[in-house]
Design a protein around this ligand. Structure first.
Ligand code: PMP
Length: 399
């Protein structure tokens, strides 16, 4: 079994047609390679980043779909404005207490990351990211050839005191995931949020706040968003993927006026607008008021999975292994002793029918090979116990 990702660049010598420099630099994601290996049903996979399909509100969406087709079939199938379907923008605006004119509906928050790359990054532009950070953001930004600078993190998220003036000097933005970060599951404390906003203001640094997991909270109380503290200096990314369904491909951005206009132009060039039909479908289902109860039931389910995994880790991991203790989200981050390479461990682990994602690809510059990410939402608690026990057994052999 070979897990190293194949470099597309190395293949281009045999390509019959000349690719762009950007395309030549693209590499296939290690995570996608790992996922291919773990698709076999006999594997207990903590590798995926997907929500549990059992949580999708299928009946509510089916009923809403019928209503859209009965009431407004033509307009649901027509082109629409780039900014998005107005009632859905209004819904988002009310949720965040902002002017609807600041809301841009996107085709998932992944598109928002691509648009930010288009609008802010020139080759060599400095971009600040957490270490580690969301791999999909690195992929989206990297196409525009930034020069990444990593800001260190600890158990309480981004280490704001490390954000020096020289580090921030000339940076186009700082990308951060304050709630239940992917990949670590960590949460940025209120004190650090306040300090980050203060520092960003002083340095004139734009913050990009990505928040697809904020509603998936299993304990503790919600913490104010960076955007709510500093709307003129923060671009906020929201997503319906984890609270409704990712296949809808629906997300949104809240941005200061000047940036919003540029993002709309960039989006128009990308896809004209997010599908009218799915926007109307989402609004139809949201306007029934089902979301609060639905999210509570998702949290109830995921919270039990999270507790089961934390409990299993505490019983099966050998001494010297540390892990995050998330209060929400989908992921637990594991720190292994420095002598263990998670990529090598994965080979053994897959042979024992257990999979995870090695941590190294989540670092922009300085990978830590002794880290890994565990996703807990799709595996039933009984299998979580079996999978973590197997992983503990393999690790014990290494230590
Ligand atoms: N940001 C983060 C931190 C994510 O983990 C993900 C996907 N899991 C996304 C953005 C993209 O989500 P989507 O495009 O489905 O909204």
């Amino acid at each position: 079994m070979k897990l190293e990702s194949t470099s597309e660049a190395s293949r281009t010598h045999s390509e019959p047609f000349q690719l762009s420099r950007r395309a030549q630099a693209l590499t296939s994601s290690v995570i996608r390679e790992v996922l291919k290996l773990t698709e076999k049903p006999e594997i207990i996979s903590f590798a995926g980043g997907l929500p549990a399909a059992q949580t999708f509100p299928v009946d509510a969406l089916r009923a809403a779909c019928n209503r859209v087709f009965v009431a407004t079939p033509e307009s649901a199938l027509q082109y629409g404005p780039t900014e998005g379907f107005q009632p859905l923008r209004q819904w988002v605006a009310e949720k965040h207490n902002v002017d609807p004119a600041r809301v841009l509906i996107t085709t998932g928050s992944q598109q928002a990351l691509d648009l930010l790359g288009k609008v802010f990054i020139d080759p060599g532009s400095k971009v600040l990211v957490e270490a580690p950070t969301y791999l999909g953001a690195l992929q989206a930004f990297s196409i525009f050839e930034p020069d990444y600078m990593e800001v260190p993190t600890d158990d309480n998220g981004l280490q704001v005191d490390q954000l020096s003036a020289s580090l921030a000097d000339g940076a186009r933005f700082l990308y951060t995931i304050p709630n239940f970060q992917n990949p670590t599951g960590r949460e940025l404390s209120l004190t650090r949020r306040q300090a980050l906003v203060e520092r960003a203001r002083a340095l004139g640094l734009l913050l990009v706040e990505d928040n697809p997991y904020g509603e998936l909270r299993y304990s503790g109380t919600p913490i104010a968003s960076l955007h709510s503290m500093h709307p003129e200096g923060v671009v906020y990314l929201g997503s319906f993927s984890k609270i409704l369904a990712p296949g809808l491909r629906l997300g949104y951005m809240l941005a200061p006026a000047s940036i919003h206009a540029k993002l709309v132009q960039a989006k128009q060039a990308s896809d004209l607008h997010t599908p009218t039909f799915t926007q109307r479908l989402a609004w139809e289902v949201l306007s029934t008021g089902m979301l609060d109860q639905h999210v509570a039931s998702v949290c109830d389910r995921y919270g039990k999975h999270c507790a089961a995994m934390l409990d299993a880790l505490s019983r099966h991991m050998p001494a010297g292994v540390r892990w995050s203790e998330p209060r929400g989200g989908m992921f637990i981050w594991v720190d292994l002793p420095p002598c263990v390479d998670a990529m090598a461990l994965l080979q053994e682990s897959v042979a024992s029918q257990v999979a995870f994602v090695p941590g190294a690809p989540f670092y922009a510059n300085s990978p830590r090979p002794n880290t890994l990410r565990l996703a807990f939402v799709t595996v039933p608690p009984a299998q979580i116990e079996t999978g973590i026990a197997r992983l503990g057994h393999i690790l014990a052999r290494h230590l």
